[in-house]
Design a binder for this molecule. Structure first.
Ligand code: GTP
Ligand code: MG
Length: 404
């Protein structure tokens, strides 16, 4: 299953809906992200289709007229893949495949596929494979239920059902096997973590592509893979960092995304142990992204899912070099001032007061304001450190900028 490397060699179209809860702007932002995901998976988006509707059509997600447009475009332009922004039910996927006669994927498929492509270590691969199996299993069940309904429960012992039952058993067995494998590695990793002693543990967390690995590299002088694609990092890297003479551990891990498939959060729980067991979180945000506030919310939701909401956290707003805003025209009597008009200073004020001072504004790329970053992290780590090593406090005198 994991071999599904580079399923894309072809052109793709994106399909999304505009609903009551998802206006035109939101829909555009979501499709932008879906396009970035497609690009990360190796595909090329040639057209986007959107439709205004109360709620998605239960049979085909979009209406039949729009579907005919999509079908025509796909045929005329030899498009191989249609990608829907929301999770499709097994029935929708089947119906749409029949009409479009091409590969039909949803957001979850796409994310799972990127994870499969990017998994480097056997541990990451095992976790992704588990997520893929978990995703597949209810879908096989869906197919079976569908058959049962169609045939009214009579004559169900036919080859169709047996095949699906066998498939389900194979997938279930595989899930058991993968879980055992993960458990074994977990034990080894937990021993490794135990061996690290009582050093304070700091975890970088945040939405995907915000610059966590770049910051890790700058701070710890290590070489963690960073690039402008989604989910560059799938494993957790831990480095010992010393600021002045205070040592602590810093970890960089997988980035989060809106609607991260639950199967992935589940199976990546062990990779996320580093976050769960951290003493301090550095929540990195890409302030140059128009949707950064929504990203913060998604990250906070996932932190909640892994019981890490209440940890001490510093908000680290990165990419200040790339932040742009539309200056507000005071002479325009009709226009309303919006957040898009905020200057960097206004965001600083807003977040400093919201976070009780626990916010930093930096550029990891240009190394702007890294001194303040180091100082803030040092102060927080030191507070925790001296509770663990109370007799060694004299070893860690107050921060002195000249000594870094
Ligand atoms: N302009 C600008 N770009 C940055 C900055 N920091 C990182 N980047 C770029 O943002 C992209 C993503 O950086 P990564 O460090 O890979 O991001 P990440 O958060 O580790 O991403 P995932 O591992 O995919 O979750 C890269 O192209 C970086 O060069 C910054 O301060 N300013
Ligand atoms: Mg990374």
């Amino acid at each position: 299953m994991i071999e599904s490397k580079n399923i894309f060699h072809e052109k793709a179209v994106l399909i999304g809906v505009i609903t009551k809860d998802q206006d035109i702007d939101k829909s555009k932002e979501y499709l932008d992200e879906l396009e970035f995901l497609t690009y990360t998976a190796g595909g090329e988006v040639v057209k986007r289709f959107t439709q205004k509707m109360e709620m998605p059509n239960p049979k085909t997600f979009i209406g039949s007229g729009k579907m005919a447009d999509v079908q025509k475009f796909i045929e005329e332009n030899e498009v191989g893949t249609a990608i829907f922004d929301d999770e499709l039910t097994p029935a929708q996927e089947r119906n749409i495949s029949k009409i479009l006669n091409c590969k039909v994927l949803d957001r979850t498929n796409l994310i799972l596929d990127i994870f499969a492509q990017r998994a480097q270590t056997s541990y990451a691969r095992t976790q992704v494979e588990l997520a893929q199996c978990e995703y597949l299993l209810p879908r096989l069940k869906g197919m079976w239920t569908h058959l049962e309904r169609q045939k009214g429960g009579i004559g169900m012992r036919g080859p169709g059902e047996t095949e699906i039952e066998t498939d389900r058993r194979i997938v279930r067995d595989k899930i058991t096997l993968l879980k055992q494998k993960i458990q074994k590695i977990d034990k080894q990793m937990s021993v490794q973590r135990g061996n690290r002693g009582k050093l304070v543990r700091v975890a970088l967390v945040g939405y995907t592509n915000v610059g966590k690995s770049t910051l890790m590299n700058v701070v710890s002088k290590s070489k963690v893979f960073a690039e402008n694609k989604l989910f560059a990092t799938l494993d957790t890297t831990v480095r010992k960092v010393v600021v002045k003479n205070l040592p602590f551990l810093m970890s960089d891990t997988v980035g989060f995304i809106r609607k991260l498939p639950t199967q992935l959060v589940e199976s990546f729980k062990s990779t996320l142990d580093e976050v769960r067991e951290a003493d301090l979180l550095l929540h990195v945000v890409d302030i140059s992204h128009p949707n950064f506030e929504e990203h913060i919310e998604s990250v906070n939701n996932i932190l909640g899912e892994i019981d890490s909401s209440d940890k001490p956290t510093i908000m680290v707003f990165n990419k200040i070099d790339a932040y742009t805003h539309e200056p507000f025209d005071e002479t325009d009597l009709i226009a309303q001032r919006t957040k898009a008009n905020y200057s960097l200073d206004e965001w600083k004020k807003t977040w400093m007061s919201r976070q009780d001072g626990n916010a930093l504004f930096i550029s990891a790329l240009n190394r702007d304001n890294l001194e303040e970053f180091r100082k803030r992290v040092y102060d927080e780590v030191r507070k925790i450190h001296i509770t663990r090593f109370p007799y060694n406090e004299f070893l860690y005198p107050d921060y002195d900028e000249n000594m870094i």
